[in-house]
Design a binder for this molecule. Sequence first.
Ligand code: SF4
Ligand code: SF4
Length: 134
Amino acid sequence: MAPTSKIVLRFPASIADKPMIYYLVKDFGLMVNIIKANINPHKEGTMVLELSGGRYQEGIEYLRRQGVIVQPLSEQIVRNEHRCIHCGACTAICPAGALYIDRPSMEVRFDDDACVVCQLCTRACPVRAMEVSF
Ligand code: SF4
Ligand code: SF4
């Protein structure tokens, strides 16, 4: 990974209350910009961060030792509007509220600015309308 990168962190609820960002700054001298975050105590947490400076690689290794899955943000989620049948299945699992039912039209909307690229919707959608774009 490059010294300045956008990364996606995924982590279980069991470690969601650890002050990991604090340690990235304090112990590894990293500058951290939290772009998106969603931490639900009952589900997997997800964050999109921009990291720069400091001991970058050591910071990443620290996160991995805590049980965090770290991936570069080289992808985004797009919805194939032709495939979507507005069934609503994805709205129940989206942790960021990026997929929601519009009322009164009852159509499912996708707010890509709110998406934290957790990819849960790609598995939940029965017609594979939610796609990963690299
Ligand atoms: S689960 Fe798939 S088909 Fe259903 S509303 Fe979501 S994107 Fe559309
Ligand atoms: S990847 Fe899908 S489920 Fe995850 S935040 Fe984005 S829209 Fe929601």
